[in-house]
Design a protein around this ligand. Structure first.
Ligand SMILES: [Zn+2]
Length: 611
């Protein structure tokens, strides 16, 4: 038996080249699809070690759940000629890619009414044939250095006017290099091709064009209609919408129904199946499937939505405004323009695999169960999975549910590996969570989420005075990206004693606002964080607690004075202040130091933040 490793790329950079969540998902799904085609082509000739893509009885792959799940690195045992198997896999990938590219090219040709200029075809062929990098090694993991490179993406440097999506390959054009002609060319394409803007603002390279039209191409292959992927605005507004929808208030219900009726009049329909697409028997009401950008009053526009004209815009705006009014009356707030990206993967998986050679197949099976359970966990809380394969997860979710989602994924990972006996160590998992404003460029947001996971969370470490590592990884790194304001961050191990940090954040964020037992006002939060950043770090936890309690009681508010009057009330406040200190504590310091950013972060995790 020979050991064969196959690797396809680029992955992360290719997936991140997206300006919308739909493109993000499309790129990831396409990569996974290509890898699966390659895997299926050789599965009869090999014993797969990693990944194992099929459970008992060849259960359907995750593609049926609209979730990419095939990793881009295979490790296989080959009975016969390894090189032949490798070539077969690579050729299957390449031929599926050619088929997808040809289908996309047909769409482009149709859109401009016939044949393409030689210049267009030259750019197309150059980009399509140079894109993927594939290599293999025969032997151990460590010999990856001696890999045999088959195709290199380090092809020609691209000149000309750049693609508006990836920003580094040349945009497809006809024989003229002028900007006006380029725009005219893309207006023509956009008028005929779905999801390409018809005002000439999308000017794409071949690779980004293929990614854009891939969903309609792949529907032919898997003979199933793909559900839309929610926009950042949809993730940002859905929890609020669901609360409004579930309200018992008749006027609020009527107001929501009125907005839906207005949208229908404007010929705007729901995006069927965008929530819980992989959950059988899901019963999300259609009223919650509308595009999220229709619920942000200050950003409603004819250009940015499906609203056809100014008169329609007025009608929709009035209906949304009425909805806000009723929602405010019931203290349900209004949607906030933030969503979350969650990136997770197992810690030190390479070490785990090396140390447990004999259990590699069992580890792969465990990872299959793990990946298969992720979509359900994510979708149950209004999230969607971009990718879940091996130990890797990339998902988008509302800010108020992302922490619970990350905890549940971690619990599942732990539970599955605890059930696998005989391992040299039980692996842990880390997470990067980026909460971002909806208008920030998606490509940067995704890259930052990966950075938070790979460098910040996995780099989280506590050492003793001799420099020995006491605790490492098994952490989460959270960051908030506002527009223009200073970014805030928190990096902690998941657990602090028996407290789970995400739970602590969720609990404390629920105190934000007016209608709670121990209200945290922005005035108090800012003055407390100011104290934490200015005062000496030599104070002990007890002293800090007293300082925060007295700062809290200095707040002028009826609720606060009532709390101060009773012993019970004072205890409640002390309890919350202790929790705030626990949240602000940094893991790696002795004596403890406190990071005020942790406190400032709370606000964004509150469900109805505008209270
Ligand atoms: Zn591009």
């Amino acid at each position: 038996m020979n050991r064969l490793q196959l690797h396809f790329g680029p992955v992360q950079s290719y997936v991140a080249e997206a300006r919308s969540t739909a493109d993000l998902w499309s790129g990831s799904f396409m990569l996974s699809h290509l890898a699966k085609v390659a895997y299926d082509a050789i599965i009869k000739d090999v014993n797969p070690i990693s990944p194992i893509l099929y459970g008992e009885g060849k259960s359907a792959g995750m593609e049926s759940k609209f979730v990419g799940s095939t990793p881009n690195l295979f490790e296989l045992e080959v009975k016969g000629n390894s090189e032949k198997v490798a070539r077969k896999a690579v050729e299957s990938w390449a031929s599926e890619w050619r088929w997808i590219a040809d289908e996309a090219l047909k769409k482009m040709k149709q859109s401009i009414g016939g044949s393409l200029a030689q210049d267009t075809m030259d750019i197309w062929n150059r980009q399509v044939s140079n894109h993927w990098e594939m290599y293999w090694t025969i032997g151990d993991y460590d010999t990856l250095q001696s890999r045999k490179r088959l195709r290199s993406m380090m092809g020609a440097t691209e000149g000309g006017r750049k693609c508006t999506q990836c920003g580094h390959r040349e945009a497809l054009r006809d024989s003229s290099e002028g900007y006006r002609d380029l725009r005219a060319f893309w207006m023509k394409v956009g008028q005929a091709v779905d999801r390409v803007s018809d005002d000439g603002s999308d000017r794409l390279c071949a690779i980004c064009f293929i990614k854009r039209v891939f969903p309609s191409v792949i529907e032919k292959r898997i003979s199933s209609k793909l559900p839309s992927f929610p926009s950042t605005d949809s993730f940002a507004s859905i929890v609020w919408r669901a609360r409004v929808w579930d309200s018992n208030d008749e006027d609020l219900k009527r107001s929501y129904a009125n907005l839906i009726a207005v949208l229908k009049e404007e010929k705007i329909g729901p995006l069927s199946g965008i929530w819980e697409p992989s959950i059988e028997g899901s019963s999300i009401p259609r009223e919650l499937e509308y595009e999220g950008n229709l619920f942000f009053l200050d950003r409603l526009s004819v250009e940015g939505t499906e609203i056809p004209d100014a008169a329609g815009l007025k009608r929709v705006s009035d209906a949304v405004s009425d909805l806000y009014w009723h929602s405010a009356r019931l203290h349900l707030g209004r949607p906030q323009p933030y969503y979350a990206v969650l990136a997770m993967d197992g810690d030190s998986m390479g070490v785990l695999l090396r140390e447990n050679e004999a259990l590699k197949t069992d580890i792969s099976k465990t990872l299959l169960s793990f990946a298969q359970s992720v979509p359900h966990i994510v979708e149950k809380r209004w999230g969607r999975v971009v990718y879940a394969g091996g130990d890797d997860v990339l998902a988008l979710a509302p800010t108020s549910t992302v922490l619970e989602i990350s905890l549940d994924i971690r619990e599942r990972f732990k539970e599955l590996f605890n059930g696998l006996k005989g391992l040299s160590m039980v692996p842990t998992i880390s997470a990067g969570i980026l909460v971002a404003h909806c208008m920030l460029p998606l490509q940067r947001v995704i890259s930052q989420a990966h950075h938070l996971l790979e460098d910040v969370a996995k780099g989280h470490v506590v050492k003793d005075s001799q420099g020995n590592v006491l605790r490492a990884k098994d952490a989460l790194a959270i960051e908030l990206w506002n527009r223009g304001e200073r970014n805030l961050g928190l990096t902690r191990f998941w657990d602090d004693g028996d407290i789970q940090i995400p739970r602590l954040v969720t609990e404390l964020s629920s105190y934000w606002g007016k209608n709670v037992e121990v209200p945290l006002t922005s005035g108090f939060v800012y003055s407390a964080s100011d104290l934490l950043s200015r005062l000496s770090s030599h104070l002990g936890p007890k002293q800090w607690e007293r300082i925060l309690v007295s700062e809290y009681f200095a707040t002028r508010s009826h609720v606060v004075s009532e709390l101060k009057k009773t012993k019970e009330g004072r205890q409640k406040v002390e309890d919350v202040m202790r929790k705030i200190l626990q949240l602000c504590r940094e893991d790696a310091r002795d004596p403890p130091t406190y990071n005020p950013e942790h406190l400032l972060l709370l606000r964004v995790f509150k469900e109805d933040v505008s209270q």
